[in-house]
Write a protein that binds this ligand. Structure first.
Ligand code: SAM
Length: 223
């Protein structure tokens, strides 16, 4: 149970300033809060280099701006920061975000509580990024949300910038909200927005979950 301003959820309610209500979870984040202590260990058991060696040639060598959506434990945000990049890490699950900030304190990482498909806070800033990462997060959106999210994400990629994704396939862990997502659908959603697919291949995961496979996609935004 957490304490919230009720007016945030029920604007006509003005009786008290704060009451205890059950946390309203962002769609897609189901069961992450409960598992956060375990995931903060598991996601950190692989290195940033191991997780992303297949796409490092797409990352600028010079310091640039990186956006990591669904940043989880901050492993990748910290990896990019260590390479000299500035990172905005978007993570809606408070328990993950707080754990990540404690694990990877860095003045090069800005943490933001925002979520797909709207990314409302992020879009309100009017910024664009050289690299946009969506690692193991897109499958949390249903088809309607994916259609809504793609233009919002595409608008955040600067011209000639890269959008890099991994799609998870396989059994859904208990309590999670996940959908089967194909590379074809994703490439089809991205193409009309000027995002050309430059990499589409099976990806390995060191986390090795039975029956789970991954697809790695990368896109370049046309000038
Ligand atoms: C499988 S984890 C991946 C974390 C990290 N990207 C990594 O590769 O280790 C998925 C993350 O996406 C977040 N997430 C779930 N639904 C989301 C949404 N609608 N918008 C943004 N992030 C979401 C979860 O809270 C979780 O931290």
């Amino acid at each position: 149970m957490a304490t919230f301003a009720l007016e945030r959820y029920c604007p006509e309610f003005t009786g008290v300033d704060e009451v205890s209500v059950k946390a309203v979870r962002v769609s897609g984040t189901e069961h992450y809060a409960e598992e956060a202590p375990e995931l903060l260990k598991r996601y950190e058991s692989i290195s940033f280099a191991e997780a992303h060696h297949a796409v490092m040639h797409l990352i600028p060598k010079a310091p640039c701006r990186v956006l990591d959506i669904g940043a989880g434990t901050g492993r990748d945000a910290a990896g990019f920061a260590a390479l000299g990049h500035r990172v905005v890490a978007v993570e809606p699950t408070e328990e993950m975000r707080r754990g990540a900030m404690a694990l990877h304190p860095s003045s090069s990482i800005e943490w933001l509580d925002d979520s797909l498909p709207e990314l409302a806070s992020l879009r309100a800033r009017g910024e664009q990024y050289d690299v946009v990462m969506l690692t193991a997060v897109w499958m949390h959106l249903d088809e309607k949300q994916r259609r809504q999210a793609m233009p919002n994400v595409a608008a955040l990629v600067r011209d000639d910038g890269a959008m890099i994704m991994t799609l998870r396939h396989g059994p859904v862990p208990p309590g999670r909200r996940m959908f089967e997502v194909s590379a074809e659908e994703t490439i089809g959603l991205a193409a009309p927005l000027g995002l050309s697919c430059v990499l589409n291949r099976p990806a390995e995961s060191s986390l090795r979950q039975p029956g789970v496979s991954w697809t790695r996609l990368a896109f370049r935004k046309e000038l």
